[in-house]
Write a protein that binds this ligand. Structure first.
Ligand SMILES: [Zn+2]
Length: 305
């Protein structure tokens, strides 16, 4: 059996930023349709997210940050980030999806899980929502993984934007490694190569800034030549991936030129970097055809024995 878990729920469609916002509910509906069209859908083990409770979200967030989103109703969080009436609920399930994924790995022998969630998470800081993200799904998932017995967690973030929130949440921690490639200089402007963690966590953050216009060759040099050694030296018990497909050449919200072939190589390198459970969590990706193709490629690779 080489079932890949796929976690999705219609609750993720209830997070509704204003019309025209890049993070539209169509993103997930399009992904699901495209997986059904090529019958990848039938090869997946379909799982449901749990709802992260406020005390679960508190694994990565301050009580004030959680309460602000819970109580705000609909409105603007920052100039890019909105909540609709059901956003707190959707975001709680998005974080809970990653919790469920790591539980499935821990208790049910699942080795690979894809979490098709929104809102995304990696920009959300401990004390504030930011950059389309309300709660940091991967960060909550990483802490939950440690709560259920995974000691060392390796996070790989290939979204075109730096995961400032994830880096900051774990930067003083030597049990959670944060590895990121991202367009730089670019939003959110963090993620310089000299940012390597602090205190006990020094050396447990690894940033690879990538210049606008870079493509497959630059990415594969990182993912094939650098990543495996970094993963092996750390020796993780589980890997979480912030899978942001805005690195695709057609994406309107970044200037990275990775093609289908590049996505394929990045995913393959991640999957072969260690013999541990690997959970992919959707972050960005706003050109719908490219997003759908990229997720299909990811899942085909995950299904490969
Ligand atoms: Zn992004």
């Amino acid at each position: 059996m080489n079932k890949v878990g796929y976690i999705y729920d219609d609750v993720f469609l209830l997070h509704e930023p204003p019309a025209g916002h890049p993070d539209s509910p169509d993103r997930l509906q399009s992904i699901n349709s495209s997986l059904k069209a090529v019958d990848l859908w039938g090869r997946l083990a379909h799982l449901k997210p749990r709802k992260a409770l406020p005390e679960d979200l508190a694994l990565a967030h301050t009580p004030e940050a959680i309460e602000r989103i819970r109580s705000m109703g609909a409105g603007e969080v920052d100039p890019d980030t909105y909540a609709s009436v059901e956003s707190f609920n959707a975001a709680s399930y998005a974080a809970g999806a990653v919790m469920e994924a790591v539980e499935q790995c821990r208790s049910n022998g699942m080795r690979r899980v894809f979490c098709a969630v929104r809102p995304p998470g990696h920009h959300a800081e401990a004390d504030s929502a930011m950059g389309f993200c309300l709660f940091n799904n991967v960060a909550v998932g990483a802490r939950h993984a440690q709560r259920i017995g995974y000691n060392k967690v390796f996070i790989i973030d290939f979204d075109a934007h730096h995961g400032n929130g994830t880096q900051h949440i774990f930067e003083e921690d030597d049990t959670v490694f944060y590895f990121s490639t991202h367009q730089h200089p670019y939003y959110p402007e963090t993620g310089k190569d000299m940012e390597r963690g602090r205190g006990k966590g020094e050396g447990f953050t690894y940033n690879v800034p990538i210049l606008a216009g870079s493509g497959n060759k630059d990415y594969l040099a990182v993912y094939q030549d650098i990543l495996p050694g970094v993963v092996q030296r750390f020796g993780p018990d589980i890997i979480l991936v912030s899978a942001g497909y805005d690195i695709h050449a057609n994406d309107p919200h970044a200037n990275i030129r990775v093609t289908h072939e590049g996505i394929h190589g990045i995913v393959r390198s991640i999957l072969t970097s260690a013999e541990v459970p690997i959970v992919f969590v959707l972050e960005g990706g706003y050109d719908l055809p490219s997003l759908c193709d990229s997720v299909k490629i990811t899942i085909e690779e995950m299904l490969r024995p």
